[in-house]
Design a protein around this ligand. Structure first.
Ligand code: PSU
Ligand code: MN
Length: 333
């Protein structure tokens, strides 16, 4: 199967530069046009100016793309909600049907990992034919660290009212399966944060918070819940990711709290969330439509203030994620 890796990303992988994956659901379903396109391009530039290379991931006409051009980001951002939201579950269908797809955290992790493996295999083949057929050379070992860092705003989690809906985002299971580190700003309080942390513990996913003891809650820096682990720098996070990788344990989560000055008003956001959850219940919104429905509603009710905070935190995460990826790439094989 074809996975289209952009020229910029191919070149970066060849030179073993740090590459940071980015998702596209936030582009098509998480923010309105044109803020979405502007933010996506600015986030890419933040990663470039930190010395890493961005790889925004999406499906275009059935082909998974790792690294998008400006025109492709513009096209997907303009199409917005018309582009299908694609989690792990939806990947095969959207590929087989030749559709566009906006990848969520789970699908983006999966495709980043797949592209890393494909590139390693191609190199592996080349190593086998040119040198002795050893299983893993130092070169191939280093390749296993390709495309291991992915930056987003927030991940999916266990939804409030899970007792009756069974709504648990597949992002959480993906984290346990796929060896990619996801950098986010914590989990939004549209979700049940304590249950989300419990589930991540069950799934064996390391959850680290940068620079503080408490886990953040997306729009605000402190959810009131203790973070299972704390790291005080991007390099410390990188060494955990590296150990996780060497132990072949699957993914990990790094939460970077929103800077205090960029926080949204917690009470205002909480009120908006309550109203939207009630609306969703009344209107029977279900399944993968819930998260975009609530994000949109909260944005409208807070008159765009939640969107402003959202944009700032994604950029903040991009800076941290790029540093993490650079450190990871520099660690000795
Ligand atoms: N949380 C946010 N913003 C988002 C998402 C989650 O604060 O844009 C998106 C991500 O792409 C995430 C997806 O992977 O929603 C989770 O959807 P669901 O709850 O349907 O699993
Ligand atoms: Mn769900």
């Amino acid at each position: 199967m074809k996975v289209q890796v952009s020229r910029e990303v191919q070149e970066a992988l060849r030179l073993r530069k740090a590459v940071v994956a980015l998702e596209s659901t936030i582009l098509c379903h998480g923010m309105p046009y044109p803020n979405n396109v502007r933010t996506a391009l600015e986030v890419e530039d933040i990663i470039r100016s930190s010395g890493a290379v961005p790889a925004t991931i999406a499906i275009i006409e059935g082909v998974p793309h790792v690294g998008l051009g400006k025109e492709e980001i513009e096209m997907l951002g303009k199409e917005g909600h018309k582009v299908k939201k694609v989690s792990r579950r939806d990947l095969a269908y959207v590929v087989a049907s030749g559709l566009h797809g906006a990848t969520t955290v789970s699908a983006t992790m999966y495709l980043a990992h797949l592209a890393g493996i494909k590139v390693s295999r191609e190199r592996g083949a080349c190593v086998y034919s040119e040198r002795t057929p050893v299983a893993l050379t130092g070169l191939a070992l280093l390749d296993l660290l390709l495309l291991k860092v992915f930056v987003t705003g927030g991940i999916g989690g266990v939804h409030r009212g899970v007792e009756s809906t069974w709504d648990v985002s597949t992002d959480l299971r993906e984290l346990s399966k796929t060896p990619v580190c996801v950098v986010c700003a914590g989990v939004k309080s549209i979700l049940d944060i304590p249950k989300t942390l419990e589930f991540l513990e069950t799934e064996g996913v390391p959850v680290m918070t940068a620079g503080q003891d408490h886990f953040p809650s997306f729009f605000t820096a402190d959810s009131g819940m203790r973070s299972p682990m704390r790291v005080d720098s991007a390099s410390q996070a990188a060494s955990v990711v590296r150990a996780q990788n060497d132990l072949e344990l699957g993914g990990s989560l790094v939460a970077v709290p929103i800077p205090l000055e960029d926080q949204a008003d917690a009470r205002e956001v909480e009120n908006a969330i309550e109203i939207c959850l009630e609306r969703a219940r009344r209107e029977g919104v279900r399944g993968n439509a819930i998260t975009p429905f609530i994000l949109q509603g909260v944005k409208d009710l807070t008159k765009g203030k939640s969107l402003e905070a959202n944009i700032k935190l994604v950029k903040n995460n991009a800076e941290f994620g790029a540093r993490l990826a650079l450190h990871l790439q520099r660690l000795p094989a």
